[in-house]
Ligand binder design. Structure first.
Ligand code: GLV
Ligand code: MN
Ligand code: MN
Length: 417
């Protein structure tokens, strides 16, 4: 009995090799020499990645729609007229030093789940929508999760289109340039539920030897850009006591946020990921420093406390060093608790296939946190080798990718009826 059941379940799963080859083929778009991927949002590589997805959606007979912020939706029809669809998917854009799985995996696995349903001749009651959201990474244009945020009504379309990127480009212009300024109204597709499959991007599942994470919540994210202004002067002739050194102040800020996080203890994290000095020359005291600070915590009050501590440190620093320090908010999202029933559905689906599963918190931001504003949402994680992500060496073995896709398939079947 049990053996027959296992055989049937295995038979019903997505094809691991086809999923792996889809991901590998897609990773050729924007491939970097170190084995990673660079597909910054709305770049030529992003366009090529989108084109490939749209072609694959058409091959599967999905009805493709693009909304005005460039989110791509491929719909597989259901049997019940007017029923709200079950939505799944993730994003195709990457950080500049990205890997092959962050985002893309969730979209490609969704395609393979749809193909499996087709092969099994299964038609669901509700439509199933495969989504690829614009600019999830927020590297080129802030905030991150922008396409899903606009979809969920958390950011006005025009404000998103008017965003100026770190390269000085306007998002709306780049979206039109790559041919993805669609005409579907943003938020037009209201899902019955949203489930996102993603690599963990952290070390927990691998360390515990588990195949699946049922993501129950996601930590809050605070991004700011700090600008320090001092005065440039000669590095050899200016005594230390007379300097207004913006570069040294930036270094102090970086040390301060690290110590702040260590003092607060886990799960507080803090990162200075970007630092630019001007004029950036060996024998000139920096006149200006621009740096990013990324603060995250699962508890909103603790996150606010970290922000307040940083703000008062910046005030002190400015006064003590004779500098001007200003700060600009780039992104701010409160922690999100996912839908309990959906999390349980994911746990049950994993257990039914005999996969080891645990509940977990997402340290990374995801489109699902935005969709959670408009419908029940949750996420499925699979292990990340060495816990590495936002790194060309990001890796998950094909078998584990398929296990996650199988859970997605089962959850979609359950939700879509
Ligand atoms: C987005 O992917 C983030 O977590 O930074
Ligand atoms: Mn991602
Ligand atoms: Mn990412």
């Amino acid at each position: 009995m049990l053996a027959a059941r296992h055989e049937r379940l295995a038979h019903d799963g997505v094809a691991a090799d086809r999923l792996a080859s889809r991901i590998a083929e897609h990773a050729e778009i924007g491939a970097t020499p170190d084995g990673g991927v660079c597909r910054l949002a709305l770049s030529d590589a992003d366009r090529d990645g989108r084109d490939r997805l749209v072609a694959w959606m058409h091959e599967l007979g999905l009805v493709v729609q693009v909304d005005r912020i460039g989110n791509i939706f491929g719909t597989r029809a259901g049997t019940e007229p007017g029923a709200a669809p079950v939505m799944t998917g993730s994003h195709l854009d990457t950080v500049a030093t990205g890997g092959r799985y962050d985002g893309v995996y969730g979209v490609m696995a969704a395609l393979e789940a749809v193909r499996r349903l087709d092969e099994l001749g299964l038609v669901t009651r509700r439509p199933i929508v495969v989504a690829a959201f614009s600019n999830e990474e927020g590297v080129r244009y802030q905030p991150d999760m922008m396409g899903s945020l606009v979809h969920a009504g958390g950011l006005a379309l025009q404000d998103a289109l008017d965003t100026v990127g770190i390269d000085g480009t306007r998002l709306g212009d780049e979206l039109a340039r790559i041919g993805y300024a669609g005409d579907l109204a943003v938020g037009a597709i209201r899902p019955h539920a949203f489930v996102e499959l993603h690599i963990e991007q952290g070390p927990v599942l691998e360390a515990e030897g588990l195949a699946i994470g049922a993501v129950a919540d996601l930590q809050g994210i605070s991004w700011q850009e700090i600008t320090v202004e001092g005065q440039s002067n000669h590095a050899g002739t200016t005594p230390m006591r007379l300097r207004r050194d913006a570069g040294a102040a930036a270094a102090e800020i970086a040390v301060f946020v690290r110590e702040l996080a260590l003092r607060a203890g886990e799960p507080q994290v803090a990162t200075v990921g970007r630092l630019q000095l001007h004029p950036d020359l060996i024998n000139v005291i920096p006149a200006r420093a621009t740096l990013s600070v990324d603060l995250r915590h699962t508890d909103e009050a603790r996150l606010q406390q970290a922000e307040a501590e940083l703000a008062s440190f910046l005030e002190r620093l400015a006064a003590e060093r004779g500098l001007t320090v200003s700060s600009r908010r780039l992104a701010r999202f409160e922690p999100v608790v996912f839908d309990e029933r959906l999390v349980r559905t994911i746990e049950a689906a994993a257990a039914a296939r005999g996969y080891g599963v645990r509940r977990m918190t997402s340290g990374a931001g995801h489109d699902a946190q935005m969709l959670a504003r408009v419908c029940p949402a949750a996420m499925i994680f699979v292990p990340s080798a060495g816990g590495l992500s936002h790194n060309p060496r990001e890796h998950t073995p094909a078998e584990q990718l398929a296990q996650g896709a199988n859970v997605l398939l089962d959850v979609l079947r359950r939700l879509a009826g």
